[in-house]
Design a protein around this ligand. Structure first.
Ligand code: GRF
Length: 203
């Protein structure tokens, strides 16, 4: 399966996906990395790995519709089967999502439905959680609320800070996202309405 990865920041999740895709039997290949930030570390990392990159800086476009239209033109040429959002800090319109319904994944640094949105680690610490983690979900029009594909948990020691928790969760994100992408690429999970439906999972 052909995968386009969207980044806005450092791109460590994109790199984890690229490393997983490099395995000969992995059922996906990253064919493009797309960002809204020219300076995104993920763009530099993709270039360094010889992956095609595209930047669509939001301020270059009159509005959101024009921005998304330009991205869709590039995607029509790239022809991805799957889109993976990895630290991409924009919300897509329902119109955009409908073009790739059930084929867009996102990784969120919290155990959804807890802590959607930003600053998840500090909010988790403020809430006194003892377990935190990350979620890969299908992208729907609402933010961080699509059907859950996979989750992973980490312990939260008493002396945790947002930084130490973020680092611990990020390590686990890098393992979880490739697993979730594999499930989707192999057709072992699909989105049906507001549910993720799983089939012939390994025992
Ligand atoms: C990760 O914590 C991810 O969960 C969140 O933004 C961060 C992206 O980091 N969406 P990176 O750009 O993949 O390093």
């Amino acid at each position: 399966k052909r995968v386009a990865v969207f980044v806005s920041g450092g791109g460590s999740n994109m790199l984890a996906l690229a490393n997983a895709c490099a395995a000969p039997d992995f059922p996906a290949e990253i064919v493009a990395v797309i960002s809204d930030k020219p300076s995104a570390g993920g763009i530099a990392k993709a270039k360094a790995r010889g992956i095609r990159t595209f930047v669509f800086e939001r301020k270059q476009f009159a509005g959101k519709a024009e921005h998304e239209a330009a991205i869709l033109v590039a995607l029509d040429e790239i022809k991805p089967d799957i889109l993976c959002l990895a630290g991409y800090m924009r919300l897509f319109s329902g119109e955009f999502i409908s073009r790739y319904e059930g084929r867009i994944l996102n990784i969120h640094p919290a155990l959804l439905p807890l802590f959607p949105g930003l600053h998840t680690h500090q909010r988790a610490l403020d809430a006194g959680v003892k377990i935190a983690g990350c979620t890969v979900h299908f992208v729907t029009e609402g933010m961080d609320e699509g059907p859950i594909v996979a989750q992973a948990a980490v312990p939260v020691p008493a002396d945790d800070t947002a930084e130490t928790l973020a680092a611990r969760v990020l390590t686990v994100e890098h393992k979880l996202y490739p697993l979730a992408l594999k499930l989707l690429a192999e057709g072992r999970v699909r989105m049906e309405g507001d549910k993720a439906v799983f089939s012939n999972l390994p025992a």
